[in-house]
Design a binder for this molecule. Structure first.
Ligand SMILES: [Zn+2]
Ligand SMILES: [Zn+2]
Length: 300
């Protein structure tokens, strides 16, 4: 799993930075998180294929998180998309998108499914390859963060054991799926003798826009990578509190409390031209912190 930052600015495009959008790439598909203005242009620029996107998560109804959605959906339709698409977001989202399409007399040529996020926390998608959960954060309007877990559905081969039992390599695929091996003479080799449990799933947590608060700490605990907003440097902590945002040092404090593996910082205010101080401040509290750069892909 990896995440490509397509936009990491708050509110406005500024200094070559775009409003919030990121693409989480799994082996099976790409999940978009938030869809700020210019998302489809950023996707083309950084080689994120629309066809691989089947899930879009929208954290809240501030424009820097969804103004790019209508344009992206319209382009998908014009390009002849036939695959279904699932959008998870606040309940106001569907009527807004519908009204925009109806006003122009258009309709989508592909199955589009809207799913309203729950008031609290919950699992919103659970499939073979990944699980998506949402959790409420503290913002001026209802807002959710997300956790994406990549499942390792396949068992790990113990190669020495496989060879010792004489299992042909052509049977390694079924072994990973948990099947027992039956030799030509009828001898059964139980799967658990030649394979082991898969590695624990990798977890990516996205805080969306939020005031620094331990209310959402349980949901992001032990994330391999935590993306936390840091709209302001810590000198502007009063502004951050008044506007329900966080500072770089608060983001770092949250990563430390959550025991995260790595912290990615983003959602920088348009008032800052240089984002390196965000990283420097965060590292005074949490060493493995990065101020994200647009177009950069970070492994999870
Ligand atoms: Zn925002
Ligand atoms: Zn917001």
């Amino acid at each position: 799993m990896n995440v490509t930052i397509l936009g990491n600015n708050s509110a406005l495009p500024a200094f070559g930075r775009h409003p919030t959008c990121q693409a989480v790439e799994l082996s099976s598909e790409i999940i978009l998180i938030d869809c700020g203005e210019g998302t489809q242009v950023q996707m083309q620029r950084y080689g994120i294929k629309w066809r691989r996107v089947h899930h879009i998560l929208i954290s809240h109804m501030h424009g820097d998180h969804y103004f790019g959605l209508p344009g992206l959906l319209n382009s998908m339709s014009l390009q002849g998309r036939k695959d279904e698409l699932h959008i998870y977001g606040p309940q106001q989202l569907e009527p807004i998108v519908d009204a925009m399409m109806h006003a122009g007399g258009h309709q989508f040529e592909f199955p589009l499914h809207f799913h309203t996020l729950p008031d609290g926390a919950g699992v919103i998608s659970d499939g073979t390859y990944f699980k998506i959960s949402c959790f409420p954060v503290q913002h001026r309007i209802p807002c959710h963060g997300f956790v994406i877990e990549q499942k390792n559905a396949r068992r790990r081969l113990l190669i020495d054991q496989c060879e010792a039992y004489g299992i042909p390599k052509t049977f390694y695929g079924p072994l990973k799926l948990g099947e027992d091996y039956v030799a030509p003479d009828g001898t059964v080799v139980p799967n658990e003798l030649v394979t082991a449990e898969s590695l624990p799933p990798r977890r990516y947590a996205y805080s969306a826009d939020t005031l620094f608060s331990d209310s959402y700490l349980p949901y992001i605990q032990n994330a391999d990578v935590l993306y936390h907003e840091s709209t302001y440097l810590h000198a502007d902590v009063e502004k951050a509190v008044a506007r329900f945002h966080s500072t770089s040092m608060q983001a770092a404090q949250m990563a430390k409390m959550a025991n995260a593996g790595q912290l990615l910082l983003g959602h920088f205010s348009s008032k800052y031209k240089d984002i390196t101080p965000f990283q420097e401040e965060a590292r005074t509290i949490f060493e493995n912190a990065m101020a994200t750069i647009e177009g950069t892909t970070y492994p999870v």
